[in-house]
Design a protein around this ligand. Structure first.
Ligand code: AMP
Ligand code: GLY
Length: 439
């Protein structure tokens, strides 16, 4: 065994996980299970994470505060969950202090932070994506819209927590979306520049890769459920549930995605001197003409992360550490032949105005069936120690099993035992795939 190998099993890491959602709870749990980790701490974390890791009250967008914390705590490795600290340069700041960090640097994080940057990157590199044009004033945008057919898609360029996109089916809706962003400041600075792009028909799928320069590990394809209501109805959310592997991405389709999207993207990043290390999340539309890029995110999806980590046979923390240290070995990573599903339980009023403070009752951990985890997102402890809601997405119930049906049954059986006023969740997570499996 070589001692120069950064993932030498002898090295025991103190890890700081940045973020406060169920994605970060899943990462903290992976740290707890990892033979490479001696201690895990989190910032800011949530009530569930606090049961497994010391939480420090530093917000995920406080870059100087996080750097100070990592130094004071002598963290060996920082895993960044959400996009905001990545776009603010947290990775650059930590690496400048000599602290290994998992996540792309600020320049690479542009792939998520600016939809205009990404659209131009894709178009100039001939990577399949919907044609789009950029506007900063409404007169020009409205004139362009008048020439286009419907449906049409209007996007705020900057980060808007999943709320900056309108798929307009009428001219009134399209014009209103343009005016809201450019004239009314509905998305603040994130909407001062907009993208108007052609509508892509098809089914969506998410591909997450662990990328280290031009080396990449493809994680199983997954599908998110963005609308709040069953049957993809109601408002858009951060994601109400996910499952993986999504068989809609067949082996054949996967190799097309690799050839037409993944390899050209990584080659273009290298050509353009954008060093990428971290998760690259490719949001795809599977159109009749082939796979097409809808968006890039520069981090694990939430809730997709919760269903991908349980499918790794190889220690996920080893993969992330090796990636951060330039030693990713995609061929060495092994997957488990399972299915994983997660159901997100949301607070009353989510996504518009989630209510905080509802008391949550959970089944005792020892009663959970094998392969089931209750991950916390918007949860907090009241001074009297009661567990209460404190955010829109409250819990993410994850189950892993040999079949998707079993995973979903286990997840839903656990959801039925979780109680709080106003709790709601979708009842059709994974239904598309179950339908596809029907003879
Ligand atoms: P985005 O934040 O860019 O991923 O967009 C949010 C959602 O809007 C996507 O998950 C799609 O459901 C939808 N969407 C975005 N762009 C398009 C497009 N060009 N055609 C069809 N639907 C789209
Ligand atoms: N689940 C979608 C996202 O994380 O952006």
């Amino acid at each position: 065994m070589s001692s120069s190998n950064p993932s030498s099993a002898l090295r025991k890491l103190k890890v700081l996980v940045v973020g406060s959602g169920a994605r970060e709870h899943a990462l903290v749990k992976a740290c707890r299970r990892s033979a490479m980790v001696r201690e895990v701490i989190a910032a800011p974390g949530n009530a569930g994470i606090a049961e497994e890791a010391k939480c420090h009250a530093v917000k995920a967008d406080n870059v100087p505060g996080l750097v100070t914390l990592a130094k004071e705590e002598q963290a060996d490795f920082v895993i960044v969950g959400p996009e905001v600290p990545l776009s603010l340069g947290l990775v650059d700041a930590l690496e400048a202090q000599g602290i290994s960090t998992f996540g792309p640097n600020k320049k690479a994080a542009h792939l998520e932070a600016s939809k205009v940057f990404t659209k131009n990157f894709l178009l100039r590199n001939n990577i399949p994506t919907a044609y789009g044009e950029t506007f900063t004033n409404s007169a020009g945008a409205l004139a362009y819209l008048a020439k286009k057919s419907l449906p049409i898609v209007i996007k705020a360029s900057g980060l808007a927590a999943g709320k900056g996109v309108t798929v307009a089916t009428t001219r009134g809706e399209a014009d209103a979306a343009v005016r809201a962003a450019l004239d009314e400041g509905a998305f603040g600075a994130s909407g001062e520049e907009i993208l108007i792009e052609d509508f892509l028909p098809g089914e969506e799928a998410s591909m997450m890769l662990v990328v280290c320069g031009e080396k990449f590990l493809v994680l199983p394809p997954s599908q998110d459920h963005k609308r709040v209501g069953d049957g993809d109805t109601g408002a858009n959310t951060g994601g109400m549930g996910a499952y993986a592997p999504a068989v809609v991405v067949s082996k054949k389709l996967m190799s097309r995605i690799e050839d037409e999207i993944i390899r050209p993207t990584l080659a273009a990043l290298a050509r353009e001197k954008i060093e990428y290390r971290g998760v690259l999340y490719i949001g795809l539309m599977l159109t009749p003409a082939g796979p097409s890029v809808v968006e890039f995110n520069v981090r694990f999806g939430d809730p997709e992360c919760q269903v991908l980590l349980p499918l790794l046979e190889t220690d996920p923390i080893k993969i992330l550490w090796d990636c951060a240290n330039g030693a990713l070995d995609p061929a060495a990573a092994k997957l488990r032949p399972y299915f994983a599903a997660t159901v997100v339980i949301a607070a009353y009023g989510y996504p518009a105005q989630p209510r905080a403070g509802d008391v949550i009752t959970l089944p005792p951990a020892e009663n959970l069936p094998a392969g089931v985890d209750i991950l916390h997102a918007g949860t907090a402890r009241r001074p009297d120690d009661a567990l209460v809601t404190s955010g829109g997405r409250v819990l993410s119930v994850v189950a892993t099993a040999p079949t998707l049906r079993q995973a979903l049954d286990a997840a839903y059986a656990t959801c039925a035992q979780i109680k709080f006023a106003g709790a709601h969740y979708r009842h059709d997570i994974g239904a598309r795939q179950l339908d596809r499996e029907k003879p």
